[in-house]
Design a protein around this ligand. Structure first.
Ligand SMILES: [Zn+2]
Length: 106
């Protein structure tokens, strides 16, 4: 399954390439067919924001509730959610959401 380029309309982006295009605030990656730089659109922005916010909230909570000296607890509820947020966001970009042309200049 390939993703459609918003500029030339060809299915030129592989899931991995699409995920590496980044979000709306990044410079994006050029389309192999037409060379126009593309980024992931608004749905990706919303999903990534929610995931990172959820991870951030978990870190704040664990900061206050973890047992003193229990670093495994900090790891599982503070570090893992943060990594999971980025991995899930990356996977979401691979398979869902649409590409748009990059607005930002390089
Ligand atoms: Zn293109």
């Amino acid at each position: 399954m390939k993703h459609t380029c918003p500029h030339c309309g060809k299915q030129s982006f592989t899931p991995l390439m699409k995920a590496r295009c980044g979000g709306m605030s990044s410079a994006g990656k050029p389309c192999p067919e037409c060379g126009v730089r593309c980024v992931n659109g608004k749905i990706s922005l919303a999903v990534n924001s929610i995931l990172r916010f959820a991870a951030f909230v978990m870190i704040i909570i664990i900061y206050f509730v973890h047992e003193p000296g229990n670093y495994m607890q900090v790891f599982w509820f503070g570090v893992v959610p943060l990594i999971a947020a980025f991995v899930l966001g990356f996977l979401f970009d691979m398979f869902f959401g649409k590409l748009i042309e990059a607005i930002k200049r390089q």
